[in-house]
Design a protein around this ligand. Structure first.
Ligand code: ZN
Length: 81
């Protein structure tokens, strides 16, 4: 596994955090709308079972996050979309 931050160049700074909440997850939107249940599959952020991130503890950068996919997926599952 590559444990080198591509943003700040720190080495041995990437920490993986996984939370298997399964259907007990929720998303809150700026409008105040909320989505309860399983999360969408977004590389670098989450899959249906829960949060799954790799973050640099030096600069806070999320690694492997697909920003385009994240926007698409989060808007696709938005309530009243
Ligand atoms: Zn970093």
């Amino acid at each position: 596994m590559n444990n080198h931050c591509l943003k700040c160049n720190a080495t041995d700074s990437l920490i993986g955090i996984t939370s298997r909440a399964c259907g007990n997850s929720y998303i809150s939107y700026p409008s105040g709308e909320e989505l309860d249940g399983y999360l969408p599959n977004i590389r670098g952020l989450c899959d249906s079972d829960g949060l799954m991130i790799q973050i640099c503890i030096q600069c806070g950068q999320l690694h492997g996050l697909d920003l385009v996919k994240m926007r698409e997926q989060l808007l696709a599952v938005k309530p009243n979309n």
